[in-house]
Ligand binder design. Structure first.
Ligand SMILES: NC(=O)c1ccc[n+]([C@@H]2O[C@H](COP(=O)([O-])OP(=O)(O)OC[C@H]3O[C@@H](n4cnc5c(N)ncnc54)[C@H](OP(=O)(O)O)[C@@H]3O)[C@@H](O)[C@H]2O)c1
Length: 329
């Protein structure tokens, strides 16, 4: 009797909330599973290939790096922090029992750091088959780097722009190569203003700098694809969806708490990595370039601004000037 009343109190009291949450969590997991590309059925083997993944020490990037290494690729984990990178490297090596991974240090908000990293990388690996531009930050107000760029735009857009351009020769030498730009559904909430790159430009509402930086990355994807036509290098961008990772770590605690609350109902990093891995591995994407993929791995039109070739060309020219790409490289 006592046991029964205890059980019913649990089930109809706080227990019912817990059961409901767990049931919802299960439904969400099953839904994601049925809507995601089937990674296990992809037979792509990467033995002998070289892949570079930026921001590979946590979240989506870490899962992507591990999966690429599991398929035999030499993976360079391009990380900002040597300590966090080393820890991720050790974890992946222990999980896979392999040693064809390497740690490279690069701060994508610093053009000098990117140049140093690219020099080292090109010496070690003259051919690169896959570059995953995954690293990003959000949650920062307008903040200038010592090089005079806005921190968010430097990390999320100028960094990938410069790194990809510096590695272009190695990608072309590989014969067939892919560049995967990790964008976001938030790109639709941004607008293009080149002034933002240097901390000027039009007004930005809360976190809109992140949205705008992802829009620039998506626009860059189209322009780079046009410029790389016929070279064997393809470039596409993808939205991983809403994923519970460390991406909110620079927000204040109420936002982080909310993110934790919804974490039960959104993708985990393994699920979030699937669209990125789809662009990196799927054989049916051979030759497909300049596209934006939704988190369900479907080609979708990005924001109108990202589809405008004139806007993209103007952004390209401004980025070349800011990075001194035409003078130094
Ligand atoms: N999570 C989502 O809901 C979501 C949604 C849409 C798009 N995305 C995109 O998915 C990608 C992966 O993010 P995530 O969710 O996996 O977040 P995450 O766990 O925070 O991973 C971001 C990675 O970027 C690295 N990074 C940040 N600034 C860097 C810099 N200056 N130089 C080098 N590396 C730097 C971080 O390194 P540290 O550890 O050193 O900070 C970390 O390894 C990002 O492009 C993000 O915009 C995520």
């Amino acid at each position: 009797m006592l046991l029964w009343s205890l059980l019913s109190t649990l089930v109809w009291g706080p227990g019912s909330v817990l059961i409901l949450v767990l049931l919802l969590r299960l439904c969400v997991r099953l839904w994601h599973k049925s809507h995601l590309w089937d990674l296990q059925h992809c037979s792509t083997d990467l033995t002998g290939k070289t892949a570079v993944v930026t921001g590979a020490n946590s979240g989506i990037g870490k899962v992507v790096a591990q999966e690429l290494a599991r398929r035999g690729a030499h993976v360079i984990l391009a990380c900002r922090s040597f300590k966090r990178g080393k820890q991720a490297l050790a974890e992946i090596q222990a999980a896979l029992r392999c040693n064809h991974l390497l740690l490279g240090e690069v701060d994508l908000s610093s053009m000098a750091s990117i140049r140093g990293f690219a020099r080292w990388l090109l010496q070690e690996y003259p051919e690169i088959h896959l570059l995953v531009n995954n690293a990003a930050v959000c949650g920062f107000p307008t903040t200038l780097t010592p090089e005079g760029l806005d921190l968010t735009f430097a990390t999320n857009y100028i960094g990938p722009f410069l790194l990809t351009n510096l590695l272009k020769g190695a990608l072309q030498r590989a014969g067939s190569a892919r560049v995967v730009n990790v964008s976001s559904f938030q790109q639709t909430r941004g607008y293009i203003d080149e002034g933002h790159l240097t901390g000027a430009g039009g007004p930005l509402t809360f976190n809109q700098n992140y949205n705008c930086s992802k829009l620039l990355l998506t626009s860059f994807t189209g322009e780079l694809a046009r410029r790389l036509q016929g070279t064997g290098v393809t470039v596409n961008s993808v939205d991983p969806g809403v994923v519970y990772t460390e991406i909110m770590k620079h927000f204040s605690w109420p936002y982080r708490f909310l993110f934790w609350l919804v974490s039960f109902f959104i993708k985990d990093p393994k699920q979030g990595a699937v669209p990125v891995l789809y662009l990196s591995l799927a054989k049916e994407l051979d030759g497909i370039s300049g596209k934006y993929f939704s988190s369900s791995c479907v080609i979708s039109p990005p924001s109108k601004a990202a589809q405008d070739p004139q806007v993209a060309q103007s952004l390209w020219n401004a980025s070349v000037q800011l990075t001194n790409l035409d003078k130094m490289d």
